[in-house]
Design a protein around this ligand. Sequence first.
Ligand SMILES: Nc1ncnc2c1ncn2[C@@H]1O[C@H](COP(=O)(O)OP(=O)(O)OP(=O)(O)O)[C@@H](O)[C@H]1O
Length: 590
Amino acid sequence: MIPVRVEGLLREFAEAGVLTAADVHVALRLARLGGEQRETVLLAAALAVRGVRAGSVCVELATVAESVVPDEDAPPVDLVWPQDWTALTDSPVVAVGADAPWRPLRLVDGLLYLDRYWQQEQLVRRELDERAARPAPPVDLTALPALFDGAAPDLQRLATAVVAGRWVSVITGGPGTGKTHTVARLLKVLLDQPGPRPRIALAAPTGKAAARLQESVLEQAAAVGLPLDLTASTLHRLLGWRPDSRSRFRHDATNRLPFDVVVVDESSMVSLTMMARLLEALRPTTRLVLVGDPDQLTPVDAGAVLSDLVHRPAPPDAAATVPAEAADDGADLDDEARRQLRNGVVRLRVSQRYGPAIAGLAEAVRTGDADRVLDLLDTGEGLALDAGTGAVEERIGTVAGEMRAAAERGDAAECLALLGRHRLLCAHRHGPFGISAWNDRIGRLTGAMPGEWAPGLPLLVTANDHENELWNGDTGVVVRTPDGVRAAFLRGTGPDLVPLSRLSAVGPAHALTVHRSQGSQFEEVAVLLPPASSPLLTRELLYTAVTRARRRVRVVGSAESVRAAVGRQVVRASGLRRASGPDRGSGGNT
Ligand SMILES: Nc1ncnc2c1ncn2[C@@H]1O[C@H](COP(=O)(O)OP(=O)(O)OP(=O)(O)O)[C@@H](O)[C@H]1O
């Protein structure tokens, strides 16, 4: 509820669905404490709060009017945005420039921050720039030919050589491009250097991603000759939970992590706050390797650090050298890839997990080529664009029928295999295009009673469950067994059966949100697009959705929705993408 006494710009922007009552409350509190009453400043403060809620670290005042997408449900109104924000420069609640003493808001280079996020961004920038400027000690790379044989240019070999020679680096690429394959070989190179064995930590933002990372590294261990005691944990666990705080950890600048190498997988999901906590807890001589796909959906919390790192200009003093052992591997790189290399970023390109049609579709989405996307959906092998839901319902019905039959037979292994066969992905949770409605609808298609946990029902774990060793995002299937109905989950190589009564946080998984599907792949994926006006329809959403498929992608929606998705990139305001310069490090203009 917007307080009754709120008037003027704040009320107008709240009624238009741009601001929530919480944004307004925080802005009013800030203003009261600082003795500020001018409504342009109050509006800017509320927009800064809103920015963080929407995932941005700050608000870019010059472009905020274009970048704000009002709530879907709000009545359409023509908002008149302030053209002049100069009131901010002499406000008692705004620190102006990088060096000004603390105030709750900070304005630097036209970006307005809640000061907490400015401090975190500065920490991340400082730590990364310092690491980028210092070359790591020379590494003996004579093992490279044995780890990556072949005469053709090999980006994995290049990545290994570049990352081995830096304190901080990024390995990016879509699903199945060999990021973990490369990390395993990098670890081998580092482990085989003379001297004491380096202490290695493997981590990921979620329990599920950490479990996957550990599994993939161990799969490679025998082939590469890695020790079998490498374990992966969540970033929270690596940094050490503290019962008294959600955002502070046992390891910090005063109690650093005892590792020589830290590898973070799925780092596109790491927020600015988490990255700041990690960087301050690392010793200056810890190699940090960030692994992930910056084109996927960004974290729920503010900041998209991986994407910022990939897109930021290289610092002027960045170590730019590619070791001689991999000099030929970069021969085919274009200018953009070479700029990224100077930032310690290597993008792997060839996926081993999907064929050329899906690879082409993913690339067309990634590069924003809507005509090509529509052409490929029309003509590409295994690709389709359907205006109606008939074909997808038929396909879902067939797979659900096979699942139900296998579940009634008690064939848990077959059920788990079928779980990877086909999945419906939605942008929304609620409404006609959301997973709730579609889970009900598919349940009815399969003949299940509403709310019934019938054999064949796919399940989604919705919170970490340490007792059953299940992670938020894990999926399983209800199966009939001689002991009664059980939930089957994949554990190691075989199914594990858990009584339904022991599960606390699970729901149906016929349909998943695209957000939820990150980190998983399916043989076939159907992507249900909402109307073009939905603010959730973005390039990152469509890219994430289509790259979940190995063999077939069916997009359900209009060509207009496809164009809207490809054309709309998630805009997350952040100063990290800008060059480090004197005006960001010391003093600043507005
Ligand atoms: N150069 C290579 N030679 C042979 N097999 C490879 C090579 N690179 C990757 N692979 C294989 O391709 C598959 C995908 O590789 P990997 O798991 O490393 O990809 P990824 O980028 O980490 O994928 P994801 O992000 O989906 O986890 C694995 O089975 C891996 O062994």
